[in-house]
Design a protein around this ligand. Structure first.
Ligand SMILES: Cc1cc2nc3c(=O)[nH]c(=O)nc-3n(C[C@H](O)[C@H](O)[C@H](O)COP(=O)(O)OP(=O)(O)OC[C@H]3O[C@@H](n4cnc5c(N)ncnc54)[C@H](O)[C@@H]3O)c2cc1C
Length: 228
C-alpha cells in the first residue's frame, strides 16, 4: 500500500446523479498510486470541520492516477456535497490519501459484492479495475437502494456483470426488477459459503448482512466490509 500524502485537487466535473447523490471528478496535482476500493480524506475549509472520508469510484492506473472520481451522498445536514457544489469548476480543494484496506484479495473463490446506496462507489472501483485488467474474475453484485430514482450506474453494472441484481426496498408499481432489502435476497442465496463477500453501505446493512452470512456458515475471514 502507498503511504498517504497530501494533494491539491481541481474540480474538473461535477453533477448530481440523483437528487441526493453528487458526483465529482477531481484532478490531482500529481498522480496518486492507490488500490481500487481505497479512500481519501477531503479537507473542508470551514473552521472546526474535520476531513471527511470518500472512496474512489474510478479504477486506479498502473503508474498512478491523475484523477479521482467520488460519489457523495448528501444528507439533510451534509456539509461536503453542498460545499463542493457551490464551488466553480477549476476550484481547488485539498485531500490526503490513499487510505484503507477494503480492496479485492487474491483468491480462487468467486466474489459476491453487496452494496447499498453510495456504498457502490468502492465496489465500482474494484469492478472497473478487474475489467481493465481483463482478469475474468467471477463476480456478482447485489445492489440495494430505496426508490427507482436512486438507481445509479445501472447500465454499466448490468453490462459488466452477468449476475447483477438491483433491488429496491420501496419500488414504484412500475418497477420491473427485484424488490426487498438485500438481506432478503441473501437469505435465498444458494451455497453462500463458496464466495468471498465484500460489503459496503450504512452500518445497519453491513452488520445485518454480516450476521446473516455468518449464520449461514460463511467464515468471518471471507467477509470483507467498509462501513460508511
Ligand atoms: C472509509 C469510508 C469511505 C467512505 N466513502 C464514502 C463515499 O464514497 N461516498 C459517500 O457518500 N460517503 C462515504 N463515506 C461516508 C462519509 O464520509 C460520511 O457520511 C460523511 O460524514 C459525509 O460527510 P457530509 O458532509 O456529507 O455529512 P456530515 O456533515 O459529516 O454529516 C451530516 C449529518 O448527516 C448524517 N449522516 C452522516 N453520515 C450518515 C450515514 N452514514 N447515515 C445516515 N446519516 C448520516 C448525520 O446526521 C450527520 O450528522 C465513507 C466513510 C468511510 C468511513
Amino acid at each position: 500500500m502507498s503511504t498517504p500524502e497530501k494533494y491539491t485537487a481541481t474540480i474538473k466535473e461535477k453533477r448530481w446523479l440523483t437528487s441526493d447523490v453528487f458526483f465529482v471528478t477531481l484532478e490531482l496535482d500529481r498522480p496518486m498510486q492507490f488500490k481500487a476500493g481505497q479512500f481519501v480524506m477531503l479537507d473542508l475549509p470551514q473552521p472546526g470541520e474535520r476531513p471527511r472520508p470518500f472512496s474512489m469510484a474510478n479504477a486506479p492506473k498502473k503508474n498512478g492516477s491523475g484523477t479521482i472520481e467520488i460519489c457523495m451522498k448528501r444528507y439533510e445536514t451534509s456539509v461536503t456535497a453542498p460545499y463542493l457544489d457551490s464551488l466553480p469548476s477549476n476550484s481547488s480543494v485539498t485531500l490526503r490519501g490513499p487510505f484503507g484496506f477494503f480492496t479485492l484479495r487474491d483468491s480462487p473463490r468467486p466474489v459476491f459484492f453487496v452494496a447499498t446506496g453510495v456504498g457502490i462507489a468502492p465496489i465500482l472501483g474494484m469492478m472497473r479495475d478487474e475489467q481493465n485488467k481483463k482478469t475474468n474474475r467471477d463476480m456478482q453484485l447485489l445492489f440495494g437502494v430505496r426508490y427507482d430514482t436512486d438507481c445509479i450506474f445501472m447500465d454499466e453494472l448490468a453490462a459488466t456483470l452477468p449476475h447483477c441484481t438491483m433491488t429496491l426496498s420501496q419500488p414504484s408499481d412500475a418497477w420491473k426488477g427485484a424488490r426487498g432489502r438485500v438481506t432478503e435476497h441473501l437469505n435465498a442465496l444458494e451455497r453462500p459459503e463458496q464466495f468471498d463477500f465484500y460489503l459496503c453501505g450504512n452500518p445497519d446493512m453491513v452488520k445485518e448482512t454480516r450476521d446473516l452470512l455468518l449464520s449461514r456458515n460463511v467464515s468471518a475471514e471471507r467477509v470483507y466490509f467498509e462501513i460508511f
